[in-house]
Design a protein. Structure first.
Length: 179
């Protein structure tokens, strides 16, 4: 008996349910990370990981700002809509990263967010797939990116973990090596 949420060649996993027709059109849109300093975080995600800033939502009365980023192709970047259409576009996409900045954290020298990987554990990491893992590792080295795990370390030789400026883990994989 095959579950429609699993490929035909997969093993059965308890708890997986059939896809309800009421969820047609639902899109997993974004993951939110809190950041200490938006300038440093935006520099990392746009400059090192090549993401595009799509939208900024400012809430000064509540003392926070939101930054929405996506990893787009050159064609997608060249054909982005403008104004309100860009906001609609942003919230229809998959794989958006929302960075949330609470005012004042950037000026607190000892301030940091929990990365989710220390006790108590919770959130673990986000992941980027790259076309060439070795080239990505060289790029990260050239940009002084901190590694949690290099591919040659540990038993999982086909993945790396880097850290962003707030210490969040980012898994780096090459799709062809994941088969």
């Amino acid at each position: 008996m095959s579950n429609i949420n699993q490929p035909d060649n997969s093993v059965q996993v308890s708890g997986v349910q059939p896809i309800a027709s009421q969820t047609t059109g639902y899109t997993f849109n974004h993951t939110m990370l809190r950041v200490k300093d938006p300038v440093k975080s935006l520099s990392f995600y746009t400059g090192v990981l090549g993401m595009t800033l799509l939208a900024v939502k400012k809430f000064p009365e509540m003392e926070f700002d939101l930054y929405f980023l996506a990893k787009l192709t050159k064609d997608e970047r060249d054909n982005l809509p403008a104004g309100d259409d860009l906001a609609i576009y942003t919230f229809r996409q998959r794989g958006i990263l929302e960075l949330t900045h609470n005012y004042g954290t950037e000026s607190q020298p000892d301030f940091s967010y929990h990365d989710g990987n220390e006790h108590p554990q919770g959130f673990g990491h986000i992941c980027f797939s790259v076309p060439d893992l070795d080239a990505a590792i060289a790029w990260f080295d050239d940009n002084n990116v901190e590694f949690k795990k290099r591919p040659e370390e540990g038993s999982m030789k086909h993945i790396a973990f880097i850290k962003d400026v707030d210490g969040y883990w980012i898994e780096i994989v090459q799709a062809a090596a994941m088969a």
